[in-house]
Design a protein around this ligand. Structure first.
Ligand code: NAI
Length: 263
């Protein structure tokens, strides 16, 4: 796999830690030139070239795309990974400000990421080369099934699922040579859980969340990074408009566990 992505240029957002950092590192190992884009300067040095970037700002997207096209000259892979949890608020407790903040990062940020990815890929023409352009949007199992809370996060991730299908269909009909898919992880041990780890301790928290997954554990970031790598590469060349669920059978097991009752 060493040079599988040689000559390809990839942008990965949200790379200071977790799934984004693991994805950027694996894409780089596969030969891609990676631009790591994050609000947090701690992302500098994880892999590739760091650019400070706010996915919720359209001006920031315009600047990022212009910078990448000027310096790298092309764009082949976009991984829209940056996200925030926004807390566990319900329909009764979530403020409009919190709702809007979560939508702006988790939903609108992905919409903008797709919009500017297509603009960049069309200009540099990955579809005309042997390779295809690939957009990978990180959603969540929360985009597949309802939760009482966090309502803002659940709604945003549900939007990512269907906007990804809309982008996939549009690009296919336009014959752009650009694929778009969503990834739906279950629990992954990343910094997104830091507030919970601070309350209950990391090992204890991991055990409790892991037990909710039929596979018996949470995922590590690299396991999701490999899903991203596969979707980014031509190995998934006929996969577009798909929702790739990587959740240790969490969503598969819901009915079985409901019928079995609490253990
Ligand atoms: P993380 O907290 O380790 O990483 C999130 C990254 O996004 C950080 O580097 C942060 O600086 C960056 N970020 C936040 N807001 C940003 C903004 N406005 N602009 C640019 N960068 C920004 O979280 P994790 O877990 O790696 O999450 C990655 C994605 O995976 C998120 O979209 C998350 O919702 C999703 N996800 C995570 C799951 C988990 O269990 N960890 C489960 C399902 C989905």
């Amino acid at each position: 796999m060493d040079d599988e992505l040689a000559g390809r240029v990839a942008i990965v957002t949200g790379v200071a830690s977790g799934i984004g950092a693991a994805s950027a590192s694996l894409l780089e190992q596969a030969g891609a030139h990676v631009i790591v884009a994050d609000l947090n300067a701690a992302a500098a040095g994880t892999a590739g070239r760091f650019v400070r970037h706010d996915v919720a700002s359209e001006d920031s997207w315009k600047a990022l795309l212009a910078d990448v096209l000027a310096r790298e000259g092309r764009l082949d892979i976009m991984v829209n990974n940056a996200g925030i949890s926004g807390g566990a608020g319900t329909v009764e407790t979530t403020t409009v400000e919190n709702w809007q903040r979560v939508q702006s990062v988790d939903s609108e940020g992905v919409f903008l990421g797709c919009k500017y990815a297509i603009e960049g890929m069309k200009k540099t023409g990955p579809g005309k080369a042997a390779s295809q352009g690939s957009i990978v949007n990180i959603a969540s199992v929360a985009g597949l099934i309802g939760t009482g809370g966090p309502i803002a996060y659940t709604a945003a991730k549900g939007a990512v699922r269907l906007l990804s299908k809309s982008v996939a269909l549009y690009c296919a009909e336009k014959k752009y040579g650009i694929r778009c898919n969503s990834v739906h992880p279950g629990g992954v041990d990343t910094a997104i859980f830091n507030p919970l780890w601070q309350m209950v301790g990391r090992e204890q928290g991991k055990a409790v969340i892991g037990a909710h997954h039929p596979i018996g554990r949470m995922a590590e970031s690299e396991e999701l990074g490999h899903v991203v790598l596969w979707l980014a590469s031509d190995r998934s060349s006929f996969v577009t408009g798909a929702e790739i669920v990587a959740d240790g059978a969490l969503t598969s097991g819901l009915m079985r566990r409901a019928l079995r009752g609490p253990s």
